[in-house]
Design a binder for this molecule. Structure first.
Ligand code: MF3
Ligand code: CO
Ligand code: CO
Length: 274
């Protein structure tokens, strides 16, 4: 039995059914995602040794509010910040705090804005000052994983084709794919069906259909794939303390491929990389 409030919210629950969105929804997603991409662009000149992740968080809040958007992460399942900032061996869900970034760090900044009810979810890696070649290579491999995952998105293929493309390349480059977190359907909801695994087989998962909207957000480690979550309940780190990187785009499936809604309008999808 459901009460009135639950009944009203029922269309907004993740029921496991994969929603198919039409042209108006695609336009809404384009706008929300482009706002997120512009915020990630605007952050790049600020990412210098000495800035704190709380300062980044504050900037993201003000950027969103100034453009009529709310951050999806604030108060999401008890999360208390506007974005996630994951430094070095932090895999994802790093919580902004008052510690300054240091020369040589690599940091993922993950932003989700809600604009007119549509969720735009994206993240990028930012090198802080001069970083080691190994860190740079990990970032290059991880963005290439994201591009190969995107290239596998075609109506008629299965969702597993995305993970297979990512895992094959990551492991060829002697890196590993994190298994504990995945991409997700997104749109009117923040986290919806289907799960987008970043490993596995092209034979697995539901068939990709025009109108699906989801994220691809591979987390790739220099060492082993295993992670643990710290006692704050959020921060996921590599168990072997090896470096981890992640990039995330939101895509919408078209007739013959997909549209990447969160592409940078200024070509800054891989800040600091060539
Ligand atoms: N933006 C993240 C994602 O890509 C989710 C962050 S949830 C939070 O799905 F609560 F940790 F912020
Ligand atoms: Co996401
Ligand atoms: Co995200």
């Amino acid at each position: 039995m459901v009460n009135y409030i639950e009944a009203a919210a029922a269309p907004m629950k993740n029921t496991g059914v994969i929603r198919l969105y039409g042209p108006d929804a695609f336009e809404g997603m384009r706008r929300a995602c482009q706002l997120t991409a512009r915020c990630l662009d605007a952050l790049w000149p600020m990412i210098k040794p000495g800035i704190t992740t709380n300062e980044i968080d504050r900037f993201v809040l003000e950027f969103g509010l100034a453009h009529g958007a709310l951050p999806a992460t604030l108060n999401y399942r008890g999360y208390r910040k506007v974005c996630c900032t994951s430094i070095n061996h932090v895999v994802c869900h790093g919580i902004p705090d008052d510690k300054p970034l240091r020369d040589g760090d690599i940091v993922n900044i993950d932003v989700t804005f809600i604009l007119d009810g549509w969720h735009g979810d994206a993240s990028r890696m930012y090198p802080v000052g001069e970083v080691k070649r190994a860190a740079e290579r990990l970032m290059e491999v991880t963005y290439e994983c994201l591009l190969l995952g995107i290239a596998a998105v075609k109506p008629g293929a299965r969702i597993g084709a995305i993970g297979e493309a990512i895992q094959t390349y990551a492991e060829k480059e002697r890196c590993s794919v994190v298994r504990d977190f995945c991409g997700h359907g997104v749109g009117a909801l923040f986290h919806d069906a289907p799960n987008i695994l970043h490993y596995g087989s092209a034979k697995d998962g539901p068939e990709i259909k025009e109108g699906m909207v989801f994220t691809i957000e591979p987390m790739i480690n220099l060492g082993r794939p295993h992670v643990k979550v710290l006692s704050d309940g959020w921060t996921a780190v590599t168990r072997d303390r090896s470096l981890s990187a992640q990039y995330e785009h939101t895509v919408g499936v078209t007739k013959d491929g997909c549209e990447v809604f969160t592409l940078s309008p200024t070509g800054l999808d891989r800040p600091g990389l060539k």
